[in-house]
Design a binder for this molecule. Structure first.
Ligand code: LLP
Length: 429
């Protein structure tokens, strides 16, 4: 088979398996993940002492198990994510193997009742994102070590909706309240052993680099009790032709220099964590859909798929760009001419368009001429794809498949109608 560009308009296989075969075996829409790509991305980050996967990006327990087997620990933002981590084999402090660095860290801006209960039950490490969390944890689990998630006063993301720093962000403890929080922790008998900063998702190296200085200043304020710093997540990935891949080496060097200056100031080792979500899984994931209708409205040609924003919400939420390719069936595959098309889904809502820009502006895309029944693959969809899906219009959630060592494994079956209505009831019946 000839070598095709990663962003080719035609695609025959995913991780070496024929896409049409995958679609026929598992149906559409289906998310397919390439395990080898995830492992490759983990290897990129080996220089950091700890890689902590922000599972919110892709939390299927088979994916968690995969990253766990490759030495990656995990972040959880909810009771559900804590339980997923445990189900995937992560140890808790209650197990002898819970250890250091903690395998599961709960990072959030609040505790709900369920999360606080699990944190207490399993003795989980908490990265507190608000002063109230310090008080609430101190009441139920005095004596714990904690880390503080700081908002350094600035942030940046691929969209304003993914910027998690600055005054308009609800995330983290405002940097100027650090002293107050250190005192509150002391009153509650909690030991602050680390700091964490995450300024946004899908940002760039320039903004990420500014965090190092902010971290250094805050860490010096905490002083010698500090043993861990976390750079958070936020690493961008190349979603389209021409996008740069991030220079991980340069990024590590910046953080390593910060860490070394802190080690010199404190006279003891400082552990360096990174907490990526998107970087580890985005490129591994493909949403395979089928073209069900091709229609024209004035000057526009639409490909309508059996996948919609119920399956992949990033375009409607952020105007996010995802490369798309056609899986040619039958004759004339490589010779397909390109034409301008708008790609949409099946939902009863005008915003159900995969080719849109932020603000809901519908755009067209150059894609190969295709026929009804052919498959279309939405690429780089492994991060914030399935996990943000919904049952809108009573559509079942897609199946998920993991390709590992040349084998395709169903890691989540497609929902059935029974799944859709499970938990509902009619009064008196
Ligand atoms: N750590 C914390 C505390 C976070 O809040 C996040 C993401 C991450 C790490 C991982 O960020 P990443 O490495 O994936 O950029 N739904 C949006 C992204 C929301 C990110 C939320 N927090 C999207 O589809 O782009």
């Amino acid at each position: 088979m000839s070598v095709v560009s990663r962003f080719s308009p035609l695609r025959h296989e995913i991780a070496g398996i024929d896409v049409a075969r995958l679609a026929e075996e598992f149906g559409t829409p289906t998310y397919v993940y390439d395990a080898a790509k995830i492992v490759e991305r983990i290897e990129d980050l080996r220089q950091f002492d700890t890689v902590r996967f922000a599972q919110k990006a892709c939390s299927n327990i088979a994916i968690l198990d995969l990253v766990r087997r490759h030495g990656v620990v995990v972040d959880a933002v909810s009771a559900g994510e804590i339980q997923r981590a445990i189900a995937a084999g992560y140890a808790t402090a209650a197990d002898a193997t819970g250890g250091s660095p903690p395998q599961i860290v709960y990072t959030a801006d609040i505790f709900d009742a369920e999360a606080l209960e699990l944190v207490k039950k399993y003795g989980l490490h908490v990265n507190c994102g608000s002063p109230d969390m310090i008080d609430q944890l101190g009441l139920v689990a005095p004596g714990h070590e904690i880390t503080l998630r700081l908002n350094p006063g600035f942030g940046h993301g691929h969209s304003q909706k993914t910027n998690t720093g600055g005054e308009q962000s609800k995330h983290g403890i405002w940097h100027a309240q650090l002293d107050e929080c250190l005192q509150a922790a002391e009153r509650r008998g909690l030991a602050v052993t680390g700091l964490h900063m995450h300024i946004g998702s899908g940002t760039d190296l320039e903004h990420l680099s500014q965090v190092c200085d902010a971290m250094e200043q805050a860490a010096l304020q905490v002083g010698r009790r500090l043993t861990t710093i976390s750079a958070g997540g936020g690493l961008p990935i190349p979603y389209r032709e021409g996008d740069q891949t991030v220079d991980i080496d340069a990024y590590f060097k910046l953080w390593d220099a910060t860490r070394k200056r802190l080690e010199a100031a404190f006279g003891h080792p400082v552990h360096l964590e990174i907490e990526p979500g998107r970087y580890l899984v985005a490129e591994s994931g493909f949403l395979v859909a089928q073209i069900r209708a091709i229609k024209r409205s004035g000057a526009n040609t639409f490909y309508l798929l059996d996948a919609g924003f119920n399956n992949l919400a990033r375009p409607i939420l952020y105007g996010a760009y995802h490369h798309m390719s056609i899986v040619p069936s039958g004759e004339g595959g490589p010779m397909r001419p390109l034409h301008e098309v708008v790609v949409g889904g099946p939902l009863c809502e005008s915003g159900d368009i995969f080719t849109q820009e932020e603000g809901g502006f519908v755009r067209s895309r150059m894609l190969p001429v295709a026929e009804i029944g052919e498959y279309l693959v939405i690429e780089c969809a492994g991060a914030y794809g399935f996990v943000m899906s919904s049952n809108y219009n009573s559509k079942p959630m897609a199946a998920e498949v993991l390709v590992q060592d040349g084998q395709a494994h169903l890691i989540r079956r497609r929902q059935s109608f029974e799944d859709l209505i499970s938990g509902e009831s009619i009064p008196g019946r």
